[in-house]
Design a protein. Structure first.
Lengths: 325, 182
């Protein structure tokens, strides 16, 4: 079982490697990757040096070029693919059919992974990516339960990777436009969900109020844990009720599901959080490395105990044990 | 909608004792200014990549407000001409302000505490330009700045040892947070 860890900066990549990552995923400092946040990501030179560092430690580096290319600007995505290959990336994580096609044609020896952003959630979709582009792995959306994942693994001719910790999208990634409605920018096209440039916080009558694109989306009491300023974690008033209607501020923690996911045939476990600091990456990677070692020795999987790191200081196994759809 | 299944304790870095904060109140800020200027100059020289990450935000004015200190800081990273100064009260017109206990701000800056976790815990708060604040946080996180060594660097190995002792002391200060969490 591989442990795939996030890195938003070279320092985070080194922290992930030191903490026991089998592979680290990262992206360029532009809109080709779905974590295009201020002050984050890698220059070409940083990526080259970081890959060399990781390879010296026997760790792989996967480069996420997983936004959807904008018409008229495909050169940006082509250059990202060419440069990641030249830098020695062990795999490219791609979502857009055009980027997959370009990479498969121009770099036939390069290992390709299908990003979670592609929303490949059934065997037929996965077969298409495998047969058309030679994809070797698919990152499954966070909307499937373990039985569904096992079914997909049985019917698929490529490896599967699933998220086991971190930020939790309840929407099927790559197809969520909530951020676009409020800000004109989305993770799919611009690499930013709820871009920081459109977020504001203000104190009103003892409450901290968060707004996105001018829309009030949440209000936290003095002692209430906070969450990311995303619409899916906003509180809304509807004719039936008021409160969180999509998702509470909560993170995924599927540590206790690792044995079931392993038995389902999953190849790799992925930690979300390229936007997080070194402290998060070191702590979470170290924790999951320890849990995987315990599972390898036949012991049961303890909870990761990382709620302090979680959004809203709360965690869930999400769809893996879902009774909802 | 998935229901939260596990909840946990908040990240609670220690706060300076109130008596210490009160004791510092009457102290003049003037002697602090050259020390701050020296620290910032050392950081700028040692971590030039920091400005690449800050990008357009390097020209912005940041307020850093340690909520357990009787003074705050105004930071203007500006490549080649950085400026930092201690102030009694943050002035108006800042692009962004970051508020939290000193240990939280230093822990985040040194990469021992995660900024998002501090935010979720309501320990740290941001006002104004959130993008600029994020850029500053990410740039500093990548720079791996050891503030103790920066401050005491002129003292050589003795300074490094002093910085380590001071950091250990910061971690165990009694306060609302109790034990450090990592």
């Amino acid at each position: 079982m591989e442990l795939i860890c996030p890195a938003g900066t070279p320092a985070s990549l080194e922290a992930a490697v030191e903490a026991g990552a089998d592979a680290v995923y990262c992206g360029f400092r532009d809109e080709t990757n779905a974590r295009n946040f201020p002050g984050l990501n890698f220059s070409r030179e940083e990526l080259r040096k970081s890959i060399a560092f990781a390879h010296r430690r026997g760790v792989k580096v996967l480069v996420a070029i997983n936004t959807f290319a904008r018409a008229g600007s495909f050169g940006l995505w082509q250059a990202a693919i060419d440069d990641a290959v030249a830098a020695g990336a062990d795999a490219l994580i791609l979502a857009d059919l055009a980027t997959l096609d370009y990479a498969a044609r121009h770099h036939p020896a390069q290992r390709l992974h299908v990003s979670v952003q592609a929303g490949a959630a059934n065997p037929d979709a996965i077969r298409f990516y495998v047969e058309s582009f030679g994809a070797r792995r698919v990152v499954l959306p966070r909307v499937l339960n373990v039985a569904e994942i096992a079914s997909i693994v049985r019917e698929s001719a490529c490896e599967t990777e699933v998220f086991v910790f971190g930020g939790l999208c309840v929407m099927e990634e790559g197809r969520c436009s909530l951020s676009s409605y409020a800000t004109g920018k989305s993770p799919n096209m611009n690499g930013v969900c709820s871009p920081a440039s459109h977020v504001a916080y203000a104190e009103r009558e003892g409450q901290i109020v968060s707004t996105l694109g001018g829309f009030t989306i949440n209000s936290f009491g003095k002692d209430e844990s906070a969450g990311y300023p995303t619409l899916c974690k906003g509180r809304f008033v509807t004719p039936k009720s008021s409160g969180y209607i999509f998702e509470e501020p909560v993170s995924l923690d599927a540590a206790v599901m690792l044995p079931a996911l392993r038995d389902a045939g999953v190849t790799a476990f992925k930690i979300e959080g390229r936007q997080r600091g070194r402290a998060y990456i070191a702590e979470v990677v170290r924790s999951f490395r320890r849990i995987l070692a315990e599972i390898d020795q036949g012991r049961s999987a303890p909870p990761a105990g990382l709620a302090a790191m979680a959004e809203g200081q709360a965690s869930t196994v999400g769809a893996y044990r879902k009774s909802w759809r | 909608m998935p229901e939260p299944e596990t909840t946990g304790s908040r990240v609670t870095p220690p706060r300076l004792p109130q008596w210490l904060s009160r004791a510092m109140e009457p102290l003049p800020l003037a002697p602090l200014q050259p020390v701050l200027a020296l620290m910032l100059a050392r950081i700028g020289r040692a971590h030039p990549d920091l400005y690449d990450r800050l990008g357009e935000h390097a020209e912005k004015r940041f307020g850093l407000d340690p909520t357990d200190l009787p003074f705050s800081f105004v930071l203007e990273p500006r490549p080649g001409r950085p400026l930092v100064r201690a102030v009694r009260v943050l002035p108006g017109g800042l692009d962004a302000s970051i508020r939290g206990p000193l240990a939280g701000l230093i822990g985040m800056a040194e990469g021992t505490l995660d900024g998002d976790a501090l935010f979720f815990s309501r320990v740290l708060w941001v006002e104004g330009d959130v993008a600029a604040s994020l850029a500053l946080r990410n740039a500093i996180d990548d720079a791996r700045i050891d503030f103790g060594k920066v401050l005491l660097g002129g003292l050589g190995p003795v300074g490094a040892r002093l910085a380590e002792v001071a950091r250990a002391r910061m971690r165990t200060l009694p306060g609302v947070g109790g034990q450090p969490w990592n």
